[in-house]
Design a binder for this molecule. Structure first.
Ligand code: XMP
Length: 321
């Protein structure tokens, strides 16, 4: 009989059987899947699990705190935080090409995770690695044990030989809505359970142009306003994703008070979709768009223009990069 509580019980039992008294590692990203997978394994084996959170400094406002504070409070998980912001931003400095950004972020993620994994190893042999692979990922990659490597950005691939672990995939039989139900059952913060998909490279691919701390700050503020207003309008679950994009290398002229401003535009990119393969631009209420625009231009320095992306996918992608 399908209930979230039953899934939790079955999975907890299966993980205990698989793991025995061995130690387990898990990388948290801030996303739903890794959080629910980690919480399930924590429920099963407690402190035999160590989670690693690589903070690349490219998450949205409040998301790192959500992992470090709220998730830990909800689960009691043993968490090791690797604050690697400077390292990621250093490596991204001067980089404009989107694919180059992705490569650098992927590489730095592996390096940072590897260092953290070694530290955990040093405290005692680790045998298993948790991954938040879902049923659709299993199908897409043709099934088989640990065969979910097609979407390589969802996984911790590329670890050296001496850090190869056996995978635990507690969400392998589940669809996204089931994962969310399990997350709620486990008492995870609802902002995490209901988070919309967010790309691994984070805000780096929502800044068109070079990524730097000042630009990240601007985008974080604008994005937080858009998300807050969407939530207040009760439309969170009607929108698939709502990227806010900073056109950092574009200057737009505006007027504010008695003066002319020379700032940047941000783009609102709310989309509806089933699976991100195709998407349509969301017809958000004009009043909501107006509130977002007014607040962003009033509250975010150097942003003097808010534009709405009305391109479907195809031909436009969901992200701008
Ligand atoms: P696009 O922009 O191609 O995005 O329409 C489709 C979906 O994939 C997400 N996305 C990524 N996710 N690493 C990720 O983990 C990436 O490099 C990446 N690029 C795009 C995007 O947010 C959307 O959900």
């Amino acid at each position: 009989d399908w209930t979230a509580a039953n899934i939790v019980d079955d999975t907890v039992r299966a993980v205990r059987e698989q793991v025995g008294d061995k130690r387990v590692l898990c990388a948290l990203s801030g996303g739903v899947d890794s959080a629910v997978a980690a919480a399930l394994v924590q429920r099963a084996i407690g402190d035999q699990l160590t989670c690693v959170f690589v903070d690349h400094g490219l998450l949205r406002k409040g998301e790192a705190e959500q992992v470090e504070r709220d998730f830990v409070a909800a689960t009691g998980v043993d968490l090791k935080v690797s604050d690697a912001t400077d390292r990621f931003l250093g490596a991204l400095s001067g980089v404009i090409d989107p694919e180059e950004k992705r490569k650098i972020i992927g590489r730095e993620f592996i390096r940072t995770f590897e260092a953290a994994a070694r530290e955990v190893q040093a405290e005692g042999e680790v045998e298993y690695l948790v991954q938040g692979t879902l049923y659709p990922d299993v199908v897409e990659s043709g099934g088989g044990e640990g065969a979910a490597n097609i979407k390589s950005h969802h996984n911790v691939g590329g670890l050296p030989e001496d850090l190869k672990f056996t995978l635990i995939e507690p969400l392998r039989a589940l669809f996204k809505d089931e994962v969310r139900a399990v997350g709620e059952e486990l008492g995870l913060p609802s902002a995490m359970v209901w988070r919309q998909p967010f790309p691994g490279p984070g805000l780096a691919i929502r800044i068109v142009g070079e990524v730097n701390p000042a630009r990240l700050d601007l985008l974080r503020e604008a994005d937080a306003i858009a998300r807050e207003e969407l939530t207040n309008a009760g439309l969170d679950r009607d929108v698939w994703q709502f990227p806010v994009v900073l056109l950092a290398d574009v200057h737009s002229v505006g007027v504010q008070g008695d003066g002319r401003t020379y700032g940047h535009p941000v783009v609102l990119r709310p989309v509806s979709s089933e699976d991100a393969m195709t998407a349509d631009w969301s017809r958000l209420p004009h009043e909501l768009l107006e509130r977002i625009s007014t607040r962003i231009t009033n509250e975010v320095p150097q942003v003097n223009r808010v534009v709405l992306d009305i391109t479907s996918k195809p031909p436009g992608t969901i992200e701008w990069e």
